[in-house]
Design a binder for this molecule. Structure first.
Ligand SMILES: C[S@@+](CC[C@H](N)C(=O)[O-])C[C@H]1O[C@@H](n2cnc3c(N)ncnc32)[C@H](O)[C@@H]1O
Length: 243
C-alpha cells in the first residue's frame, strides 16, 4: 500500500496485480520517500509482533518478502530470515540485506513441512489468486507452537474505496494497478482456513498515525507509526500459533 510517487518517470502499463510492476519499481524498495514507504512502516509493525527466538537455529519464513524490508527490524532477534518471492529483482535486494532468498510461489513454497518457528505473510495475501492454498502453505511451514503473523487488506467496500479508488488518485498514493481489489482478503475465510490448518487467528485493524503521516507528507522523512484502528475492515494484522 505505497504512498509516494515512483522514481520511474513513465512506468509500463501493466495488468492490475501483475508482479512485473515490482521490477518496474525496483529502485524504490529501500527509498524512505519512495512508493514503498508505507511498506516500511507496516514491516516495522509486523516485526514488533515477532518475539525473540527461543532456540538456536530458529527460522523465520517471510512469504512474499519483496526486498526484505522486515530485515532491519528482526536484527538481534535470533532468526535465520528466509524470504520467498516470485520477483528476482526484489529477492536480489533482500539477499543484500541478509535474507536467504528463495524464488517461489507462496501457493507452492519449496521448503519443508514444519521448518519455521515463525511465518510472516506481510502484504501478500491481497495479491494471491488462491488464498486457501497460500494459507495452507503458511501453516504447513510452521512447526507446532510456531507463530503466524499476517497483515493484509480486507475484502470490503471501505478498503476498496480507501486503498484503490482514493489512494491511487492522491498525490503520493500507491502506483495505480499495484492492487487488484478482487483479491482483497475475506476475513472470515482467512480465519476459517487458518483454523482448519491448526492456527487460531486474532485480528486487529491498523492505520498510520495521522500526525506522523501529515509530517511525512510534508517532509518525506522519518517513520510513520502504525497504530490501532477501530476496525479490521481496511488494513489489519492477524496472529496465531499452530496447535
Ligand atoms: C506488496 S509487496 C510486499 C513485500 C513485503 N512483504 C513487504 O511487506 O515489504 C508483495 C510482494 O509479493 C510478491 N508476490 C506477489 N505474488 C506472489 C506469489 N504468488 N508468490 C510469491 N511472491 C509473490 C511480489 O513480488 C512482491 O514482492
Amino acid at each position: 500500500m505505497p504512498l509516494a510517487q515512483s522514481t520511474r518517470a513513465t512506468p509500463a502499463r501493466r495488468a492490475r496485480n501483475d508482479p512485473a510492476q515490482y521490477d518496474d519499481l525496483a529502485a524504490d524498495w529501500w527509498r524512505p520517500d519512495g512508493v514503498f514507504a508505507m511498506l516500511h512502516w507496516i514491516a516495522e509493525a509486523r516485526a514488533a509482533l515477532v518475539p525473540p527466538a527461543t532456540r538456536d537455529g530458529a527460522v523465520l519464513v517471510d512469504l512474499g518478502c519483496g526486498a526484505g524490508l522486515m530485515a532491519p527490524h528482526l536484527s538481534g532477534k535470533g532468526y535465520r530470515h528466509v524470504g520467498v518471492d516470485v520477483t528476482s529483482s526484489a529477492l536480489g535486494q533482500a539477499a543484500q540485506h541478509g535474507v536467504l532468498a528463495v524464488r517461489g510461489d507462496v501457493a507452492a513454497v519449496p521448503l519443508a513441512d514444519g521448518c519455521a518457528d515463525v511465518v510472516a505473510a506481510g502484504e501478500i495475501l491481497e495479491h494471491v489468486p488462491d488464498l486457501a492454498a497460500t494459507v495452507g502453505e503458511a501453516c504447513r511451514l510452521l512447526r507446532p507452537g510456531g507463530l503466524l503473523v499476517i497483515d493484509t487488506l480486507a475484502a470490503t467496500a471501505l478498503a476498496r474505496l480507501i486503498a484503490v479508488t482514493l489512494a491511487e488518485r492522491l498525490p503520493g498514493g500507491p502506483p495505480p494497478g499495484i492492487h487488484d481489489p478482487a483479491l482483497f482478503v475475506d476475513r472470515a475465510a482467512l480465519v476459517r482456513e487458518c483454523a482448519r490448518h491448526g492456527v487460531d487467528l486474532r485480528l486487529r485493524g491498523i492505520r498510520p498515525s495521522v500526525r506522523d503521516l501529515l509530517r511525512w507528507l510534508r517532509t518525506r522523512r522519518g517513520v510513520v507509526r502504525m497504530v490501532q484502528a477501530p476496525t479490521t475492515a481496511v488494513l489489519f494484522q492477524a496472529v496465531g500459533r499452530r496447535r
